[in-house]
Design a protein around this ligand. Structure first.
Ligand SMILES: [Zn+2]
Length: 298
């Protein structure tokens, strides 16, 4: 019985991987040709919070039970010509310097914010109103906490993600709680651009939204091409930790295990074909070593 279930799960994963690989081969995908892709000018990291969770095994099932873990939360700002694109909006500014912190799932994790997004944008002379487009990896609260700062920006998200948060509750209470918070934080964006699968944002191969479902149904990652740094893949939450990526571990909060495994395989494939650097949003030990605004990658 167990064997049959495992076999079914593996076949499911294989089917999803083949489907995804097939997309690229068939040319339906908007992934850039590494030899022809245009470039964005600058990529800035913004500190969008940090968190403490009381049981790492939620993210590494079967391992690290009851162990504390600290995560980083990262937003990224991209300059393309005269246009600005923000990737994720982080922990809400209302929690700035609040010693009690803020939470998406209070029994599990508490977030803290030491710097506001607005102040970090001001470091390079920008206001939230200067950001033309905001793309979100997915709708967990720590990634969309400041949507309210961008009422006039075009919001780019996968249609599957939007449909999911507006669908009926499922069996996992934690996931249902995350969906309810997502609806509240998303509000009703004035300019919502729902996308289906991989999308070339500026039409020149410099910035590409890459469909990597599994953590949530419409999760996506972002592939950025820069002149000196080459390709950089921003994870979103396709993985949380370097170790999960190496061992193919799927967090218990993810909505689909086969899709999660297929999306990790997809990230590996992109990293290989585009010789991309991989920045893992929540991996604090990696994030702490990266450049921070006003410094940038180009
Ligand atoms: Zn998440």
């Amino acid at each position: 019985m167990l064997k049959t279930t495992k076999l079914a799960a593996s076949l499911g994963t294989l089917a999803v991987i083949l489907m995804m690989v097939g997309t690229r081969v068939a040319g339906a995908s908007q992934l850039p040709d590494p030899n022809k892709a245009g470039v964005a000018e600058k990529l800035y990291r913004l500190d969008c919070g940090h968190s403490l969770a009381n049981d790492e095994s939620v993210w590494t099932p079967g391992e690290n039970v009851g162990r504390d873990i600290e995560f980083s939360s990262t937003c990224w700002l991209i300059k393309h010509g005269s246009e600005w694109l923000l990737w994720d909006t982080g922990v809400p500014e209302s929690s700035l310097n609040d010693p009690r912190g803020w939470s998406t799932l209070p029994k599990l994790i508490v977030y803290h914010l030491d710097k506001s997004l607005t102040d970090q944008l001001a470091e390079i002379g920008l206001k939230p109103g200067d950001i033309g487009r905001v793309a979100i990896s997915h709708t967990h609260g720590d990634h969309i906490g400041n949507m309210g700062l961008f009422p006039n920006s075009t919001i780019l998200m996968q249609r599957a993600e939007y449909s999911w948060i507006h669908s009926a509750d499922g069996p996992n209470d934690n996931v249902n709680q995350l969906m309810a918070l997502a609806r509240k934080l998303m509000g009703t964006p004035k300019k919502l651009q729902l996308i289906d699968g991989d999308t070339d944002v500026f039409g020149d191969g410099s910035v590409t939204l890459v469909s990597t479902p599994g953590h949530t149904p419409g999760h996506q990652s972002l592939l950025v091409h820069l002149r000196k740094s080459g390709f950089i893949l921003l994870s979103g939450d396709v993985v949380h930790l370097e170790e999960n990526f190496e061992k193919n571990i799927v967090p218990s909060l993810n909505t689909s295990k086969p899709e999660s495994i297929a999306s990790m395989a997809r990230a590996r494939q992109l990293i290989a074909t585009d010789k991309a650097t991989f920045f893992i949003n929540h991996d604090k030990s990696q994030t702490d070593k990266l450049r921070l605004i006003p410094a940038f990658y180009d």
